[in-house]
Ligand binder design. Structure first.
Ligand SMILES: Cc1ncc(COP(=O)(O)O)c(C=O)c1O
Length: 394
């Protein structure tokens, strides 16, 4: 009935949980939602004010497809300040979230028969976008034993003559793991020899809690200046998920290709959002530091609360706002058989929403978002422990 392209791709598993939570809440069920991948903070007031001013001034028309120059300059300035790397305006396109930046890249770079290496557990849209482009995703597995580190050796081994690109996400969703500069340098070096691209998803780049070196844009520029893509977003660090503003940075010819894709799909990011984004990038940044500190405290709190149950094994994540514990010891052939069963029963009986590892190609795990208040995290942990105690009694 539909295209082969649609038959190949799966619907978003993370959005399915959101829909289920919505349904239960409409029935009046009190759910603690640790399933959603978005900040619980409000968008900072100065950013909202810039959008209101844009509306009042009548800044409500089409803009250039890639975004207004001032926004693209602000994105360049952010990378200069944060990483010491100088990008030009013609190397930037503003997109409807990081998701569209990555989708544009998939459409612009991948063909039927290409292989695209990425890592698992990982954010599902990366793999589905590769499939929508007609290419084959090749997942390199990372493991909790070493903090879900992406080993360059494993990526290099996955290269074949058909490898077209490697897509890397750091900090990673759902693991929170950071990719080491030296690993990315080796991957980029191999891509350079091979004529492949490296696409780097930095959508959580401002939400890093440990003092680890993470100048990945510089690594790409040094090793692969002609075939790199950096994508970023305001969704997570500025609590702007609904505004839809991200970007892709890459060689000018790549940006022109993205312009072609986007120009026939959505055109420019909403003009009002663009004004808000300029303010977010160039205005005061203390709001980001405050949110980051709050996430760090929540991460530590939730780790401590989960630690009361030894059968939940959890790595301390370096960034993003998720814990990704292994719950396989709580599964059994005659009870909850999979982490999807576990998440479903926890939602139904424990009234806590989490996302099953299956959504991230990692059965046996669940993802808990700690972008929730202290009270919600404490209540979620109480309910989770009660749910597990009831499982033990059953
Ligand atoms: C790893 C990763 N990349 C990109 C995105 C895209 O977010 P947005 O399109 O809101 O910028 C998300 C959102 O959940 C994500 O987790």
């Amino acid at each position: 009935m539909f295209s082969q392209r649609i038959a190949r791709a799966a619907a978003s598993g993370t959005q399915r949980i959101t829909a289920e939570v919505d349904r239960l809440r409409r029935q009046g069920v009190d759910i603690v939602d640790l399933g959603a991948g978005e900040p619980d903070f409000a968008t900072p007031p100065h950013v909202k004010a810039a959008a209101v001013a844009a509306i009042d001034e009548g800044f409500t028309r089409y803009t250039p497809n890639a975004g207004v120059r001032e926004l693209r300059e602000a994105i360049c300035r952010r990378y200069l300040d944060d990483y010491g790397v100088a990008f030009e305006v013609d190397q930037v396109i503003a997109t409807a979230g990081g998701k569209q930046a990555l989708f544009n890249a998939a459409m612009a770079l991948f063909d039927a028969g290409d292989e695209v290496i990425t890592h698992a557990p990982g954010w599902p849209s990366i793999v589905e976008q590769v499939k929508l482009a007609g290419a084959f995703p090749v997942a390199v597995r990372t493991h909790p034993e070493d903090g879900f580190r992406l080993h360059a050796d494993a990526v290099l081994e996955a290269f074949t003559p058909r490898t077209r690109a490697v897509v890397v996400n750091s900090p990673g969703n759902p693991t929170g793991a950071l990719v080491a500069e030296r690993d990315l340098a080796r991957i980029a070096g191999k891509a350079a020899e091979h004529g492949a691209w490296v696409v780097l998803d930095l959508c959580y780049e401002q939400l890093i809690y440990d003092d680890a070196p993470h100048n990945l844009p510089r690594v790409l520029l040094e090793h692969l200046p002609d075939r790199f893509v950096v994508s970023g977003s305001l969704s997570k660090d500025h609590a702007m998920t609904g505004w839809r503003c991200g970007w892709a940075i890459g060689p000018p010819a790549f940006i022109r290709a993205c312009n072609t894709v986007q120009g026939h799909a959505t055109s420019n990011v909403a003009s009002i959002t663009q004004r808000a984004a300029i303010e977010a990038l160039t205005g005061p940044q203390d709001c980001v530091a405050e949110m980051r500190e709050a996430y760090r405290e929540r991460r530590d709190l939730l780790l401590r609360l989960l630690g009361a149950e030894p059968r939940i094994r959890c790595v301390q994540p370096g960034g993003a706002f998720y814990l990704f514990p292994d719950v396989s010891e709580l599964l059994s052939p005659d009870g909850l058989r999979t982490s999807a069963d576990f998440a479903q029963a926890l939602l139904r009986d424990g009234r806590v929403a989490v996302t099953p590892g299956e959504a991230f190609d990692a059965p046996g795990f669940v993802r808990l978002s700690y972008a929730a208040s202290r009270e919600q995290l404490e209540e979620a942990a109480r309910r989770l422990h009660a749910f597990i105690a009831a499982l033990d009694r059953a």
